[in-house]
Design a binder for this molecule. Structure first.
Ligand SMILES: C[S@@+](CC[C@H](N)C(=O)[O-])C[C@H]1O[C@@H](n2cnc3c(N)ncnc32)[C@H](O)[C@@H]1O
Length: 245
């Protein structure tokens, strides 16, 4: 029987190519094909750029288009089509990597690909290599402690705006909000209402040349952070000035 290759879901970290594990770098040298997600709008993949220094010369890097939509039917079609392309490569016996920004198990397209492949062919061997998440790198850049002692911290998506935000903040010591860009004003209004705006730190494009760190007092209504932005809010003040590494 034909050997099925192994699918590696590999986290490449949020931006700095040095923030990738030794294991991820080793496996990237061994696989035969690399897949990465790209938007249907621009055929660009930041994960590919980050991983590029770790790839073998000449290795095929295939971009899979994922539409930026919430429409389930459109997404279903894209997930099945893309999972099919990855499966085709695996069925030739090749080991394949699917690289993702940050960590593959945290708000990543890899989760959909993995589940679709498992449903289609449960025999495909799948291994996941964790990556440093955007919020871990951002906390380090901003010198912002996420949790200490008995404190709790909660990671949420800002894609639904400030819906439920007050209740979450009430029940935790610190909150990380990913995907904060689209409903930024609404989220900041809620933080202002809770008298916590000054405590919030926005980290944009962490680990990239144009990384920016802004504290809550530095933005006004109408400010539009880039897509690669997240907010860290610790209810008690526990930051120290960031130092560059
Ligand atoms: C689809 S999620 C990907 C999360 C990623 N898998 C992780 O482990 O961090 C995209 C969101 O992650 C955050 N993000 C990813 N990379 C980032 C970076 N370099 N700087 C700031 N935020 C980033 C932003 O909130 C962005 O909207």
């Amino acid at each position: 029987m034909m050997r099925i290759g192994t699918l590696y879901g590999i986290g490449v970290g949020p931006g700095d190519p040095e923030l990738i594990t030794l294991k991820a770098a080793r496996i990237l040298q061994q696989v035969s094909v690399v897949f990465a997600a790209s938007s249907t709008k621009n055929s660009y993949s930041l994960a590919r750029d980050i991983a590029s220094v770790h790839l073998r010369k000449g290795i095929p890097v295939k971009l899979l288009e994922f539409p930026m939509t919430k429409q389930k039917e459109i997404l279903d079609i894209a997930w099945h089509k893309n999972a099919g392309l990855v499966l085709d490569a695996l069925k030739t016996g090749k080991d394949v990597a699917f690289i993702t920004l940050g960590d593959p198990m945290t708000y990543s397209t890899f989760g959909y690909i993995m589940q679709t492949i498992q449903e289609t062919d449960p025999d495909v061997p799948i291994k996941v290599i964790p990556g440093i998440t955007s919020y871990q790198a951002a906390a380090a850049s901003a010198g912002q402690v996420l949790a200490e002692g008995e404190e709790s911290f909660t990671v949420i998506s800002g894609a639904m705006g400030a819906k439920g935000l007050k209740e979450i903040i009430d029940h935790t010591d610190s909150v990380v909000i990913l995907k904060v860009y689209r409903h930024f004003d609404e989220i900041m209004d809620t933080l202002e209402h809770l008298r916590l705006k000054e405590r919030a730190v926005l980290i944009s494009r962490c680990g990239l040349d144009d990384e920016e760190i802004l504290s809550g007092s530095h933005y006004d209504t109408g400010f539009h952070p880039p897509y690669l932005s997240l907010l860290i809010l610790h209810k008690r003040n526990c930051s120290h000035p960031p130092g560059r590494q």
